[in-house]
Design a protein around this ligand. Structure first.
Ligand code: MFK
Ligand code: FAD
Length: 496
């Protein structure tokens, strides 16, 4: 046997993460920082174990068995190992519950956990995000009966009582434009609402609950006539007969995540609030899941760069390790710089969310949070694809070979820009957020961040914000011009 190349080794994802340590040391009071350490260390251990285990795992997709041997509809889904471990590891380390503790650092402490757990979770973080979003939307609805029924499960610290929630919005007509929703809510003589229709993407199909958009029978057309409903999917150990799983989708990536097409055939449902304006009621859920998306996209970048950096010390080219080749070292440094910007943006949103939710925010910070949430989601979604692609190239041909475990990083990254609002939809959402004083809030925040910083950076950012302001000042009748420039505007603001 001739030369054999060493595989890349993953350093401990928590202990080796200088950036995460610096952020937490800076942002958290000493006692809170110390108390967090054990959970983060354990999640780092899990991430390391999962990376090593993935190298010898062959089954990567869940399997749906619709019927049992005697012809009964069972819709049983066999999950991958990481998914089976999901409820245990996440409740033990309070991944969700920590975000709903009653203090301003709750969201930062939650998202530090999410960041470390995500890649190892095999996108179990997707239904976790939706569960977090459902908890947040239920709280915002003020529906005490549903809060008392669902939140003890959603935020449980015990796997035996933990429930996952789905988010049933997308139908065949559209995921961005949900105004065509065909699913109907019908109220029976017993007063119980029941849902009838088809949901085209359900990523938490093994979950015990969901929030669903549906059109109450007799309501008008369009999105304002939609209502938001809470549903439960299980009857003891069996799935309720009103929910049928048609099939699992065959996807480019996120293979371990069981994303299903489903039919609702009289599934009992409870409205969160008024029987209209369901989109407005689901918005708190969207903003939370978009924050998860940003943090998880950043986690994928961190993993790709960590592996590429390690490999650069192991691979010799033209007589020296790759890392000593100036151009490769520069390539890695450029990737790291872009990653650190994205990390800062995603975690700024996490911190703002915690402060706003707990009344600890400055007056402009709620406006800033509303704007930065879509910007962070769209920016990190696009950047994850670019950086994962660049990282694969850092391995040369090996980066293209399946059983190195590397191509999965790129396949999975593509989803961040699509679900929870595509790049264009989020750019248009940023326009919504800018309708108030979003730009003013951003300008103020940037000035504060750069107080002692580089004046050249401040000048460049000011110029970008001025360009954004002049685009927004276009005549208000010219909506088409405003929308056509929305992506450029959003990317400029996010980069700023
Ligand atoms: C591992 C990573 C974790 C990530 C997990 C991901 C799991 C993936 C699962 C999914 O993909 S779930 C499906 C996600 N679907 C979307 O994100 C939908 C994308 N489409 C949009 O966001 C559209 O812009 C939208 C559906 C909101 C358009 O609906 P409408 O009804 O045509 O919009 P309209 O009339 O502008 O807004 C209705 C109300 O909602 C308005 O308030 P008012 O009624 O008070 O005027 C809006 O201001 C408000 N609104 C909309 N978006 C908002 C918002 N409010 C706050 N925040 C927002 N983001
Ligand atoms: P479309 O809305 O048809 O978008 C097509 C193109 O049109 C996109 O490029 C978009 O940017 C663009 N576009 C749309 N509107 C505008 C506009 N006004 N201006 C400019 N461009 C526009 N959904 C759920 O509800 N629950 C789930 O659990 C779930 N899980 C998912 C899991 C996976 C793996 C994936 C891939 C999707 C999942 N989705 C889920 C669906 C997802 O949210 C939608 O696919 C997404 O919101 C886009 O909707 P669409 O597919 O209908 O595309």
């Amino acid at each position: 046997m001739g030369f054999l190349q060493d595989a890349p080794q993953l350093a401990h994802p928590y202990r080796s993460d200088r950036l995460l340590h610096a952020l937490l040391d800076r942002a958290l009071p000493t006692a809170r920082r110390a108390a967090l350490d054990a959970d983060l260390d354990a999640l780092g251990d899990y991430a390391l174990m999962a990376w090593q285990r993935a190298a010898v795992t062959t089954r990567r997709k869940p399997v749906l068995t619709p019927w049992d041997a005697w012809g009964r509809r069972v819709d049983r889904i066999e999950l991958t190992t990481a998914w089976q471990e999901g409820p245990g590891i996440t409740t033990r380390h309070a991944v969700l519950a920590s975000g709903h503790e009653n203090h301003e650092h709750a969201r930062l402490e939650e998202f530090a956990r999410v960041y470390l757990y995500h890649v190892a979770s095999e996108f179990y973080t997707c239904p976790l995000a939706m569960t977090d979003g459902a908890a947040t939307a239920l709280k915002a609805s003020g529906n005490q009966a549903l809060v008392e029924r669902a939140l003890p499960h959603f935020l449980s610290r015990d796997a035996a009582t933990f429930w996952l929630s789905g988010q049933w919005m997308t139908e065949t007509h559209g995921g961005s434009d949900v105004g065509h929703t065909e699913t109907q809510a019908r109220q029976g003589a017993d007063g119980q609402w029941r849902l009838h229709g088809r949901k085209w993407f359900s990523s938490a199909v093994v979950g015990e609950a969901a929030l669903a958009l549906a059109r109450p029978e007799g309501a008008g057309s369009g999105s304002a006539a939609l209502a938001l409903f809470y549903v439960e999917t299980m009857d003891g150990a069996a799935r309720k007969s009103g929910l049928v799983i048609d099939r699992l989708k065959d996807k480019l990536g996120t293979h371990e995540l069981p994303t299903a097409e489903i039919h609702l055939d009289g599934l009992p449902a409870w409205p969160l609030g008024e029987l209209a304006n369901g989109v407005r009621q689901v918005a708190p859920m969207l903003n939370v899941t978009r924050t998860w998306n940003a943090v998880c996209a950043v986690a994928s970048m961190a993993r790709a760069i960590a592996l590429a950096r390690d490999y650069a010390g192991r691979r010799q080219v033209f007589g020296r390790p790759l890392v000593e080749q100036p151009l490769h070292a520069q390539t890695l440094a450029d990737m790291q710089a872009e990653f650190e910007g994205a990390f800062a943006l995603a975690f700024e949103v996490a911190q703002l969310l915690g402060r706003v939710e707990h009344g600890a925010a400055a007056p402009h910070e709620a406006t800033l949070l509303r704007l930065l949430t879509p910007l962070a989601k769209l920016w990190t979604g696009k950047l994850a694809v670019r950086l994962c692609s660049e990282a694969l190239e850092c391995f040369g041909g090996a980066g293209y070979i399946e059983d190195t475990g590397l191509p999965q990083l790129l396949r999975d990254a593509q989803v961040y820009a699509i679900w929870e609002g595509t790049t264009n939809v989020l750019a248009l959402d940023a326009l919504r957020a800018l309708a108030g004083d979003g730009l003013g809030a951003l300008r103020g925040a940037i000035a504060a961040w750069l107080q002692d910083g580089d004046p050249h950076a401040a000048f460049a950012i000011d110029a970008a914000l001025d360009a954004a302001a002049s685009h927004l000042d276009a005549p208000s009748t010219d909506r088409a011009v405003l929308e056509a420039g929305a992506r450029g505007l959003a990317l400029t603001l996010a980069r700023s």
